[in-house]
Design a protein around this ligand. Structure first.
Ligand code: GSH
Length: 241
């Protein structure tokens, strides 16, 4: 992905070297629009670990993702994609795992195998259970103009989500964060999707433990900066999500 051939706009790299022990002075590069819930996982992860990064607009109205150079890095044509030195990667949860393992061992990446498996399990729950249930509501309410929405599809997705999200609530009754007493990559994978579930105008069951966890997340400046931002449709037909 030769950068000079891509029309991408760097979006303010963080300056904090913090915990980052990356290769030389090369900065992590992230491709993806900041209103994408999958891109937000990666941005939030970087902020938590104080990894300096440079973000380039891609996806939605910014395009780029259908260019040959982009597709060579990420043949799905979706965002996010990262480049870390010579290494490039796509799939947001995999990226979060990679960054956590490489730059956040003992922080977002639990060193205890059982604790790590718990974080992993909740990442898989996000991708394999929660998102499939919620998907049509997200597409309908965020990415579709009001006049083109299918209310029945949206309602079915809202009901399906209400059927699976109590699993997370029950787990959080005895756990401050999904893998125990501190924030891990498991929370990072869930946080941007759950933000949308709480913020969209939909019916929600009352789930006190989930709400308490969510409120803990909202207190973190890193979450406020990367996730608690507008995910609204930009230019119809929309590029939110
Ligand atoms: N499984 C992929 C899904 C990526 C995905 O669906 N990204 C959406 C944004 S949330 C996307 O690229 N949509 C098309 C676009 O923005 O142009 C991941 O987790 O990275």
């Amino acid at each position: 992905m030769p950068r000079e051939r891509l029309d991408c706009t760097a979006q303010g790299a963080t300056e904090n070297m913090g915990l980052y022990t990356g290769r030389g002075t090369r900065m992590l590069e992230i491709w993806g629009r900041k209103n994408s819930y999958n891109v937000q996982k990666v941005l939030w992860c970087c902020e938590e670990l104080r990894i300096p990064y440079q973000r380039h607009e891609a996806g939605g109205k910014y395009g780029i993702t259908d260019q040959e150079e982009y597709l060579a890095r990420n043949p799905t044509g979706l965002v996010p994609t990262i480049v870390d030195g010579d290494f490039s990667l796509y799939e947001s949860n995999t990226i979060v795992r990679y960054l956590s393992a490489r730059y956040g061992a003992g922080i977002l990446w639990p060193e205890d195998p059982a604790e790590r498996a718990l974080a992993d399990k909740w990442m898989d729950y996000q991708l394999g259970t929660l998102f499939p249930a919620f998907r049509e509501a997200l597409i309908g309410l965020v990415r579709t103009a009001p006049e083109n929405r299918d209310p029945e599809k949206i309602a079915a997705a809202v009901r399906a989500t209400a059927g699976v999200i109590p699993i997370l609530d029950t787990h959080l009754e005895d756990n401050e964060y999904v893998a125990g007493s501190s924030l891990t990559m498991g929370d990072v994978a869930l946080g941007s999707l759950v933000y949308r579930w709480f913020e969209l105008d939909i019916d929600r069951p009352d789930l006190p433990a989930l709400r308490a966890w969510y409120e803990r997340l909202t207190e973190r400046p890193t979450y406020q900066k990367t996730v608690m931002v507008s995910f609204a449709m930009e230019d119809p037909p929309g590029a939110g999500g």
